[in-house]
Design a protein around this ligand. Structure first.
Ligand code: C5P
Length: 244
């Protein structure tokens, strides 16, 4: 069974991230590097993680014209990362260009996923600000997921609440990567729509992106193990067994 926990390394520099990871001595969890850390440290930190055998989701959310995204993905594909993403709002042509950029770099193993709608976007913003009218958030997210699937992507970032519907439309092998996870009773911080690891397992999530619940825990390794165990215990009842 594949490990479904991706730890969000939301640290401002490599020293802080390395200090946090040192407590995982002997384990190499799947980690997510976002814009702040990548812009601060660049590819050298990614290379360091790879040397230590960490699996890496590079969360840079590319969104530009297809040619630019193709060239950028060709560079990122050279970093031997395990997962990377684009915004589905860039359209099918842009998403295809992203995939082709990765393939041009020989990064056949790198999963390419799409951000559908940011969890910070409300339905009001969708309708009144972005003028995406007559559609609710769930239908919009499902539609964007369908576009990503048509473009040949491997999956999407979505909330746990949307994962099941996406699996129905895009197939059970289409990956759902879900942030907003909180162990029962934990601080929800600024996340509006949260789910427990158990709910994630039961509702079709393939990977859980978890930041503060682990990074700010007094015992991060124990919290990580507890989350993993809760997911594994619940996953037996999942109707969407997408793992090997
Ligand atoms: O600390 P927390 O568990 O809320 O961190 C969630 C991580 O997932 C953060 O790195 C955040 O940027 C990311 N994320 C998110 N919602 C999205 C996409 C990414 O929370 N829609």
């Amino acid at each position: 069974m594949e490990n479904p926990v991706i730890i969000a390394l939301d640290f401002k520099n490599a020293d802080q991230a390395k200090s946090f990871l040192s407590s995982f001595e002997g384990q190499s969890p799947y980690v997510k590097v976002g814009m702040e850390l990548f812009y601060a440290e660049g590819p050298s930190f990614i290379k360091w993680l790879k040397e230590k055998n960490f699996r890496i989701f590079l969360d840079l959310k590319l969104h530009d014209i297809p040619t630019t995204v193709h060239k950028a993905m060709k560079v990122l594909g050279g970093l031997n990362i395990d997962m990377v993403n684009v915004h589905a709002a860039g359209g099918i042509q842009m998403m295809r260009a992203a995939k082709e950029g990765l393939l041009a770099a020989g990064a056949n193993h790198t999963k390419l996923i799409a951000v559908t709608q940011l969890t910070s976007t409300t339905e009001k913003v969708l309708n009144e600000e972005l003028l995406i009218k007559n559609v609710d958030m769930k239908d919009c997210v499902t539609h964007y997921s369908d576009l990503a699937k048509k473009a040949g992507l491997d999956g999407v970032v979505c909330s746990v609440q949307e994962a099941m519907k996406i699996k129905e439309v895009c197939g059970k092998a289409f990956l759902t990567v879900t942030p907003g996870i909180r162990p029962s009773g934990a601080d929800t911080h600024d996340q509006a729509r949260v789910a427990t690891p158990k709910e994630a397992a039961l509702k079709g999530s393939d990977y859980m992106v978890i930041g503060r619940s682990i990074t700010q825990s007094e015992t991060p390794v124990t919290t990580y193990s507890e989350i993993l165990n809760e997911w594994r215990d619940s996953h037996e009842n999942n109707n969407f067994p997408t793992f090997a």
